[in-house]
Design a protein around this ligand. Structure first.
Ligand code: ATP
Length: 227
């Protein structure tokens, strides 16, 4: 180890946070020996601008409830605190300057996000600013050819291995780790759709129970216009 802390940044809409997100966060934290993982709820993801999104304060509250029991998992208001939409590239630059040399940073994303990576603002800078951990997700291939060869050289494909090798410590420069250590179907769309159809039975199977209680209490997702 180089003596620096390992901080993971997990961005997303989290509308709502579900057990898939929590399992990804916990598993990645174990495998990569992450000291602290920060969920960073977005105002509205650029690719979801056309869909109504639950107010940030509710999404934040649900994340707080979902992470309350695990001291490594925290929630950041960085993206919610600004009136303008923030891009991941700005968020990563912010955390990089906050931590400086005191930490190695890892940005966590699912395979569906990876498949759109080249559409993100400043995507090459995004991939160069910090390390990345791309997590498998059923129904999404992880295509490594999406990126150009200089980015590809920084990819460390860990699929098939149950332990994270020393490369995380030893290799110089920011890496893009690909892992299939988590393979879960859960999605926020599935939850919103079920609740929009008044199917409340599924809820406790899909989100942590304090989050299920919160959704019921504040009557979130009563109406969903997602078919
Ligand atoms: P929606 O269904 O509304 O698109 P989502 O379930 O994909 O939502 P997001 O908040 O958009 O949730 O996801 C935040 C991040 O978590 C993204 O990088 C996404 O790829 C990742 N993610 C979400 N669910 C999973 C899962 N089951 N396995 C792996 N990664 C996931």
């Amino acid at each position: 180890m180089n003596g620096r802390k390992r901080i993971a940044i997990y961005g997303g809409t989290f509308d709502p946070v579900h057990l898939g997100h929590i399992e990804v966060a916990k598993r990645i934290s174990e495998l990569f020996e992450i000291d602290e993982l920060r969920f960073v709820p977005a105002q509205v993801a650029p690719h979801k601008l056309t869909l109504p999104v639950t107010p940030g304060i509710h999404r934040y509250a649900m994340l707080v409830l979902a992470t309350q029991q695990d001291p490594r998992l925290r929630v950041s208001t960085f993206e919610l605190d600004t009136p303008d939409r923030r891009y991941t590239v700005d968020t990563l630059a912010h955390f990089k300057s906050e931590f400086g040399e005191s930490a190695d940073l890892f940005f966590v994303m699912g395979a569906d996000s990876w498949s759109e990576i080249t559409t993100w603002r400043g995507w090459e800078r995004v991939l160069a600013l910090v390390n990345h951990i791309v997590v498998s997700r059923p129904g999404y291939d992880i295509n490594l050819d999406l990126v150009n060869s200089s980015v590809r050289q920084r990819i460390v494909d860990l699929r098939g291995s149950k332990r994270i090798p020393k490369v995380v410590n030893e290799a110089a420069g920011e890496k893009i780790f690909i892992t299939d250590a988590v393979m879960l179907e859960n999605s926020a769309t599935q939850i919103r759709r079920a609740l929009g159809e008044d199917d409340w039975n599924q809820l406790t199977r899909l989100v942590p129970s304090p989050v299920a209680d919160y959704i019921r209490k504040y009557e979130l997702y009563r109406e969903s216009n997602e078919a």
